[in-house]
Design a protein around this ligand. Structure first.
Ligand SMILES: [Zn+2]
Length: 143
């Protein structure tokens, strides 16, 4: 993660690698995609060079997921201990582990609700925050 460069976005931004760049490019297009192994029909998250189930390198494709899921676990962030005023302005906020209906679990912000109202099992759907012209960040809101 690095500070944004030449933008007004004050929070840290992704630093894509060759493996993760496709994910961020799809996010920029407001599509949530994850790797899928067509050899053993397993979702792969997060991005890997080989399928962890069968080891293949060349049967992996980026497939669109619905973006719908449920809150698998979460925590409410009530204080930040570094000097990140951008995050302090958001307090309190929710970091959740969302289980997508396709199976993979992804960490993200859960918004659109009071932090006291979030419950495990809540239905959520993805949306994209256009942080900078280069990056749109996947977040989830309750449905
Ligand atoms: Zn596989």
């Amino acid at each position: 993660m690095s500070q944004s460069q030449g933008t007004s976005y004050a929070k840290t931004l992704p630093e894509p690698t060759a493996l993760t760049k496709p994910f961020w490019d799809y996010c920029k297009a407001h599509e949530l995609r994850m790797q899928f192994c067509t050899k053993c029909s397993e979702w792969i998250w997060y991005p890997k060079a080989r399928c962890p189930s069968c080891g293949t390198r060349d049967k992996i494709e980026w497939r669109k997921v619905s973006g719908n899921g449920t809150v698998y676990s979460y925590t409410v962030i009530r204080q930040v201990i570094d000097n990140s005023p951008a995050f302090q302005n958001d307090l309190p906020f929710v970091i959740g582990l969302v289980e997508l209906e396709e199976g993979p679990r992804i960490y993200s912000n859960i918004t659109g609700t009071s932090t006291d109202d979030v419950k495990i099992g809540d239905g959520v759907t993805v949306y994209f925050e256009d942080a900078t012209p280069e990056f749109s960040l996947p977040k989830f809101r309750r449905v």
